[in-house]
Design a protein around this ligand. Structure first.
Ligand code: CA
Ligand code: CA
Length: 297
């Protein structure tokens, strides 16, 4: 099986990056990822070098993926190291009014649980923070930033057993993956999840003429479109409109009917409030897709 080592990292997504590996559409590929601190925080006093912030492994060139396609990324398996790290970042996040000191803590990840303190064990719920394709030619988007190409979406639904759909803007799609979290709350309110290195196994397929509200993720519960903007208000409107357009194109619903349906059963959820753009998703329950006979490609 094709594997991409931790030696091959990028800190931005761009059509100009040389591929770390090439595969055929339909192939399974293993990405070995560094943590978001470039694996440089190993003790409580370590400070990571800023030039390798939020590295993503790749990019992977998928043969046959052309601009206008959708890249289907089936997330088959995620494994993490047996330890993760968190740190406060004064001046960032929701609690900066009371946190002025840099604080680093390591947590073990053992048997699917994270011992938080003497009282509490948190269930591990491993997710991918950064996963994206190259943006349109001429753009170079930091792996800190989520946008229409995916990237640093920090969406808790992007986990093993789900399928992510990303737009293709550059030949080969140029997929990169990094920033695993062993757990994260919706919002990622401090500034980080439980950051860890790990290994992600995906199957990648280039889809032609697919109608999907990308970036979007299909789970057992339904379909979620993930949208990012300078404010949560704008991201919420983008997510609502992306799902609305998807419904009117794939279901026998006019604009008013689709709006009514989403006002009843489209659920907005905050993904994260701490990245350069903020991210909101809209969840559409699976029973609605089933009712209209919509089968995702
Ligand atoms: Ca992130
Ligand atoms: Ca992170």
């Amino acid at each position: 099986m094709l594997e991409i080592s931790r030696e091959h990292v990028v800190c931005s997504l761009s059509s100009l990056h040389k591929p770390a590996a090439r595969c055929a559409s339909g192939d399974t590929v293993v990405f070995h990822t560094r943590d978001c601190y470039n694996d440089e925080i190993q003790t409580e006093t370590d400070c990571p070098a800023s030039e390798y912030a939020n590295p993503a492994t790749g990019p992977l060139f998928v043969e046959g993926a052309e601009p206008g396609d959708v890249l289907k990324v089936e997330i088959l398996k995620i494994e993490t190291a047996d330890r993760g790290v968190m740190r406060t970042a004064p001046g960032h996040g929701a609690y900066q009014h009371v946190i002025s000191e840099r604080c680093v803590r390591f947590f073990p990840i053992e048997n699917g649980e994270i011992p938080f303190d003497g009282h509490l064990r948190i269930p591990a719920d491993v997710m991918i923070g950064v996963i994206g394709t190259a943006p349109a030619e001429g753009e170079d988007i930091s792996t800190e930033t989520p946008r229409e190409h995916g990237g640093n979406m920090d969406c808790r639904l992007i986990t093993a057993g789900t399928t992510l759909y990303l737009p293709v803007f550059a030949p080969g799609a140029l997929l990169a993956i990094g920033d695993l979290h062993a757990a994260m709350g919706d919002g990622e309110t401090l500034i980080c999840g439980l950051e860890c290195r790990g290994t992600v196994t995906v199957r990648v397929t280039a889809l032609k003429n697919a109608c999907l509200p990308t970036p979007c993720v299909a789970t057992a519960q339904g379909l979620s479109t993930i949208q990012s903007a300078p404010t949560l208000d704008e991201a919420a409107v983008l997510a609502s409109r992306a799902m609305h357009a998807f419904l009117t194109r794939t279901c026998p619903l006019d604009n008013a009917a689709a709006g009514m349906l989403l006002s009843l059963q489209g659920h907005l959820v905050v993904c994260q409030i701490v990245d350069p753009l903020l991210t909101v998703r809209m969840d559409l329950p699976q029973y609605i897709l089933d009712a209209y006979g919509v089968v995702l490609p």
